[in-house]
Ligand binder design. Structure first.
Ligand SMILES: Cc1cc2nc3c(=O)[nH]c(=O)nc-3n(C[C@H](O)[C@H](O)[C@H](O)COP(=O)(O)OP(=O)(O)OC[C@H]3O[C@@H](n4cnc5c(N)ncnc54)[C@H](O)[C@@H]3O)c2cc1C
Length: 390
């Protein structure tokens, strides 16, 4: 990248990570294009998503919060009950000192609003564009395949989700790990789902299960007799609308490297870099943090005209280290939460690290200190970190 020259970014994937990165980059005056596999009307994941203070703060800094903030509904804690309907734990997600109130919102609302913002800012989304691999990385650029054509950009970002194609280019050793649990959400409702222990299937097996609505309902309703009244009413409604049931096998993925050490120009964000276990409720929120922070560091590089390739690579690796510290901490927290809330069957048969099984007292005590996850991490400390080692 020549000194002072502007660069452009190609983003693979138009999910939450890809869209918000594009908005963050356009704030920094960096041109970018999103290449999205699906068409504009495709909705892979219906239902809702929980945005916590940290993700909301990232959105606020990106300028993508105002358009959605009154379109969800606020909540403040997670409560865990057992089969006997007894409260066994709670995690507070909002406190008076938190600047943002967690919000549950429909995905389609966020997608529609952010696409409108992208259009306003003139960021193109190329639909029906399948990323097919990196072709080469001549000095100052990366060339890659989209459908049958070769494209080029100064930086290529993989925001292509948990089954990322780019992940194997950046980090060939990375793998997906099935956690032994299957989620059973209901398309019609943003909030209700249950998780059951289930053996891993291959792609065809998951597809067949997803289409077998009677089996899904049987799994969903397996504790009908011992369920409380609220759950029964949900199960009765799900029985009438079995077609609305879908599956969510719980996988996690961790790539040891998020920035290609070979080129220093290919970067992973969101689930492509670190698909957190679903029970964290942090997949989207961590993706939003990635987008904001990557946008800022690329803005810094662009403005500083960090000319030599080594500067860009060094800054991206610095960003990776900064983000990894936080994501690793969240991963440990998820293990702790799972160890305290899973049923004994789940504890025996799943791949969370249950060695830290905690008592109710330790859960109460530790939930007090969980604020660090939801507290917006983008204050003075982040600004100081950003300006270090320029
Ligand atoms: C049922 C369910 C509920 C969830 N609830 C929450 C929640 O409440 N809170 C939370 O924080 N997280 C939640 N998550 C996790 C969250 O959805 C993910 O962490 C988040 O979507 C990751 O965003 P992403 O942009 O990295 O990936 P994705 O949203 O998966 O987006 C990836 C995009 O890349 C595209 N793509 C893939 N391959 C290619 C290719 N080869 N070429 C071009 N494009 C490609 C895909 O079509 C997709 O649009 C939930 C997940 C599920 C399944």
């Amino acid at each position: 990248m020549a000194e002072g020259k502007r660069f452009n970014v190609a983003i693979i994937g138009g999910g939450f990570a890809g869209m918000t990165l594009a908005l963050a980059l356009s704030n920094e005056g960096i041109p970018c294009t999103i290449y999205e596999l699906r068409g504009p009307n495709y909705m892979r994941l219906p239902g809702g998503v929980a945005l916590t203070g940290n993700g909301l703060s990232a959105l606020d800094h990106i300028g993508a919060l105002d358009c959605i903030k009154d379109k969800g509904f606020a909540f403040s804690e997670l409560a865990y009950t057992n089969e006997a309907d007894e409260l066994v734990g709670r995690t507070s997600l909002a406190k008076p000192e938190f600047a943002y109130q967690p919000t549950r919102i429909l995905r389609k609302v966020c997608i529609a609003e952010w696409r409108a913002l992208l259009e306003e800012k003139g960021v193109p989304i190329r639909y029906f564009s399948r990323f097919g691999g990196v072709v080469s990385s001549p000095g100052g650029a990366v060339t890659f395949r989209i459908n049958d054509e070769i494209h080029s950009a100064s930086i290529l970002v993989g925001a292509d989700g948990i089954h990322s194609t780019l992940r194997s280019y950046v980090c060939p050793s990375a793998s997906l790990e099935y956690l032994g649990l299957l989620g059973l959400p209901d398309r019609r409702i943003a909030l209700v789902a249950r998780q059951v222990v289930y053996a891993e299937q291959d792609r065809a097996g998951w597809k067949a299960l997803a289409e077998d609505k009677d089996t899904l309902y049987t799994l969903l309703a397996k504790d009908y007799g011992s369920s409380n009244e609220i759950l029964r009413s949900f199960l009765d409604a799900a029985d009438v609308h079995r077609d609305a049931l879908f599956i969510w096998p719980f996988y996690k993925a961790e790539a040891a490297e998020w920035v290609s050490r070979q080129t220093g120009r290919v970067v992973l964000i969101g689930d492509a870099a670190h698909a957190l276990p679903p029970s964290s409720g942090q997949g989207v929120n961590m993706a939003l943090e990635d987008s904001y922070t990557l946008g800022r560091i690329l803005g810094l590089v662009a403005r500083g005209g960090a000319g030599a390739d080594v500067d860009l690579k060094a800054q991206l690796c610095r960003w990776e280290g900064y983000r990894r510290d936080r994501v690793d901490r969240v991963m440990k927290w998820v293990n702790f939460i799972e160890s305290t809330t899973a049923s004994s069957e789940q504890a025996r048969e799943t791949k969370y690290h249950f060695d830290e099984r905690a008592t109710q007292e330790t859960l109460d005590e530790k939930s007090e200190s969980f604020g660090w996850i939801f507290t917006p991490p983008f204050g003075e400390e982040f600004e100081r970190w950003l300006k270090e080692e320029q």
